[in-house]
Design a protein around this ligand. Sequence first.
Ligand code: ZN
Length: 110
Amino acid sequence: MTTIKATCPGCGEVELTPEDIELRVCTHAPASYYVFECPMCRTPIQKPADDRVIQLLISGGVKAMVWELPGEVLEIHDGPALTKDDLLDFHLLLEQPNWVEQLFRVAQES
Ligand SMILES: [Zn+2]
C-alpha cells in the first residue's frame, strides 16, 4: 500500500495512506488544499496544494475533489464599509410600512 509522508506541526513527519487525505482542487488554483487528521495527535491539518503537490498526491492514489470558489470572493468591493449606524438606519427603515419604496429611493440617490 502506498504511504504518503506529511508533516504535523506538533508531531513532525507522519505517514498516511491515500484514504487519509482529502484533496480539494479549486477552479481558482491558489485556493486548492488538502486536509488530513494527524494519526498521532488527531489534529485536523489543512495545507495549501500547488500544482506539484496535487500531482504528487494524485500519483500516490489520493482522489481529487474539484470545488468552485464562490464568485463573491473575487468581487472587488470599493465602497465604504458597513457601519453600526448604517445597520441601525436599515433596522429603522425596515420598521416603516413603505420601506421598499424608501430603499429604492435611497439606492437611486447613491
Ligand atoms: Zn500530530
